[in-house]
Design a protein around this ligand. Structure first.
Ligand code: ADP
Length: 485
């Protein structure tokens, strides 16, 4: 069993606290992945001081050269893809096909960032005045605090750090305490690719100590956070008070709508993957299935059959469809929503319990669960569960479906299955979400597409796409007067 270190001040170091926590495999908690630093505020302080030195150096490196480092990062990730997918499944639980996809998103983000190094454009603007030149250009902002969740251990940190680094910033990175091994490997790769050591700082530990110290540090002007709504609110309050630049990405209560004219086979594949992939632990997970009355009964019966055949297990074993939940507290939260659903008189048609399989007793497994007859406005229909629980709602019309889709406090993704092209376009305009998929599930992202939600899902910033480069850079105006020449 390995004991891991922080990366602070350009070297691998032990935490100032001398204290470590254990990281265990959620599919089998007797399997100890490693011991990681339980760092404190002093480690964050040293990391920020060092990152400031790194920033002074890195901001003067030409953007295309910064892009070259990220291209090498992408190459190294390609080479280590299988190894990373395996260690990620071990510490996080989702099956290998999903962790491979997670690494691939990191690779795509690296290559996309590399090309942006040659495209970090500003504008020239015609001046109102004679003999003047006006222009805008982009400058880095400073030390960025990167705080990430457990569900996409590689993709999400890369969505944040690669554009931040490309723009010339330095990063203080705190991976989620549940997936520190993937965070460790990512930093190893950045260093091997030639990133100057003080530009990246890795501080392992917990949110209330390390995360909070980063957010509250006066010399960290940028925070990028993805995680729960409750934590996001705390982070948001602090950043507001301290006037920090903040990107917040939090919850979702995403719906897949299936209308009477839909391709039902396609819609069935979509909801199975959307609701139960990553054991429902995605901010884009399909948590509500809105079925039009004409296909409701048939679709529900088919779904029940297919979902009951999903195989739970260790994500590193062939044939596993659904892995465990990340911890015991998550499983208890899911159980509490099963109780809530029953109290609200929803109809439990599948699952609702811990599985009985002998090989599943050491992990945080929970059966794929489906409630039908869920009422719009009930807690089951409104609140984020972050587990394999799907609520089915029956509607008469597309308009009713659209209204129910919009009637929640979150607004990340939505999905509509229909063959009616006019309705599809209307949905794109009408549905209050950052992303609407037509004839595709509520999940999925591409490195060069802006990702993010409306309403209480976030604060309006986007990850990915050109938009993220605006977040990590500052517009500066240059104004030249040559009338004296
Ligand atoms: P999740 O359970 O989806 O990972 P959390 O919101 O619990 O969501 O955690 C997301 C990230 O935020 C983790 O890296 C966690 O350690 C960190 N975190 C938790 N509490 C705080 C806090 N008070 N301040 C800053 N970061 C925090």
């Amino acid at each position: 069993m390995t004991t891991f270190k922080n990366f602070i001040g350009g070297e691998w170091v032990e935490p100032s606290t001398g204290d470590y926590f254990e990281n265990r495999n959620p599919a089998d908690t007797t399997d100890l992945v490693g011991r990681f630093p339980r760092s404190g505020a002093e480690d964050v302080q040293r990391a920020v001081e060092s990152a400031q030195r790194g920033f002074a150096l890195w901001r003067r490196t030409p953007a295309p050269a910064r892009g070259d480092v990220l291209r090498r990062v992408g190459d190294l990730m390609v080479r280590r893809k299988e190894e990373i997918a395996d260690l990620m499944t071990r510490e996080m639980g989702k099956p290998l096909n999903e962790t491979r996809g997670d690494v691939q998103e990191g690779i795509d983000t690296a290559f996309y960032a590399a090309t942006e190094g040659r495209r970090l454009f500003g504008h020239t603007v015609p001046s109102e005045l004679r003999s003047k030149w006006a222009m805008s250009f982009r400058r880095p902002v400073g030390v960025c605090g990167i705080i990430t969740p457990f569900n996409f251990p590689m993709a999400i940190p890369t969505w944040k750090m690669f554009p931040a680094l490309l723009c010339g910033n330095a990063c203080v990175f705190k991976p989620a305490e549940d997936v520190p091994h993937t965070g460790h490997v990512l930093v190893e790769i950045l260093l091997e690719a030639g990133l100057p050591p003080e530009v990246i700082q890795l501080v392992h530990g917990f949110g209330e100590t390390v995360g909070k110290s980063i957010v509250e540090h006066p010399d960290v002007p940028v925070i990028s956070f993805t995680g729960s709504t409750e934590t996001g609110r705390i982070v948001g309050e602090t950043c507001g008070r301290m006037h920090k630049r903040l990107s917040l990405e939090m919850g979702g209560k995403n719906a897949q709508i299936v209308l009477d004219d839909a391709d039902l086979d396609l819609a069935l594949e979509g909801v199975l993957w959307g609701a139960f992939g990553t054991t429902g632990q995605r901010c884009t997970a399909t948590s509500r299935l809105i079925l039009q009355k004409g296909i409701h009964d048939r679709f529900l019966a088919d779904l029940e059959k297919r979902a009951s055949a999903l195989r739970l297990g260790d994500g590193r074993k062939d044939g596993t469809d659904v892995g465990p939940l990340i911890h015991e507290a998550s499983r208890e939260k899911v159980e509490s929503y099963v109780e809530i659903g029953q109290k609200e008189k929803a109809d439990l048609v599948l699952g609702g319990e811990r599985p009985s399989g002998k090989d599943l007793q050491n992990g945080h497994f929970f059966q794929p669960t489906i409630f039908a007859g869920v009422k719009a406005g009930s807690r089951l229909e409104q609140e984020e569960i972050f587990g394999p629980v799907l609520s089915v709602i029956r509607v008469d019309s597309a308009d009713e479906a659209f209204r129910i889709n919009n009637d929640v406090k979150y607004g990340l993704s939505s999905s509509l299955y229909t063959r009616d092209v006019n309705l599809a376009f209307r949905a794109l305009e009408t549905l209050d979400n950052g992303i609407t998929y037509i004839n595709a599930p509520t999940i999925g992202a591409e490195a060069h597409l802006p990702f993010g939600g409306v309403k209480q899902t976030g604060n309006g910033h986007r990850e990915g796409g050109w938009e993220v480069y605006e977040f990590y850079s500052e517009t500066k105006v240059g104004y030249l007067d040559y009338s004296g020449t």
